[in-house]
Design a protein around this ligand. Structure first.
Ligand SMILES: [Zn+2]
Length: 163
């Protein structure tokens, strides 16, 4: 019988444990490695579980900084589908690890979407190959640093968010 690939049987995503937030970093590194991007030298990576206001599930707080700091509201995060959880974490890691802006679209488009596995794989590929990757400008970074000192880059809420 042919197995249809999806999030649950993918060799990388299937190792993610939503309660172990660090497992998203392991997966993100493994996805990057598939495109010959070595992220093993990045050590300052933290996931902090805390209450975020409203329906916010995740915040990238290390964009334009030399560290990775992802804030996660696990009460909101729990309510997302598997695809949304992976999308959200890859998106936030894209912000912090690569200083990626929303202008690249695809994985970095500013709304959490529940997307089908094959399309997500395409967006991951387009991100890591640089097709859908636009870095924040220095001017944007200055603004973001000012913002993150206060509360972080808040682009994502659960469900049908579209901001
Ligand atoms: Zn974002």
């Amino acid at each position: 019988m042919e197995v249809v690939p999806d999030y649950n049987n993918d060799p990388i995503y299937s190792k993610i444990k939503p309660k172990l937030l660090n497992s998203y970093w392991t997966a993100f590194q493994a996805s990057a490695a598939e495109y010959d991007i070595d992220l093993s030298s990045i050590e300052d990576v933290s996931f902090v579980s805390q209450d975020l206001s409203g329906s916010t599930a995740g915040i990238a707080n290390g964009s334009c900084e030399n560290y990775v700091l992802i804030l996660v509201d696990e009460t909101q995060f729990r309510n997302l589908t598997t695809g949304e959880q992976i999308f959200l974490m890859y998106h936030e890691l894209g912000h912090d690890v690569f200083n990626a802006s929303h202008d690249g679209g695809g994985l970095m488009a500013p709304n959490v979407r529940s997307i089908e596995y094959t399309l997500f794989q395409k967006e991951v590929r387009d991100f890591f190959t640089g097709e859908d990757y636009v870095e924040w400008t220095e001017e944007e970074c200055e603004y973001i640093r000012d913002l993150t000192n206060k509360k972080g880059l808040n682009c994502h809420r659960n469900g049908s968010l579209r901001d």
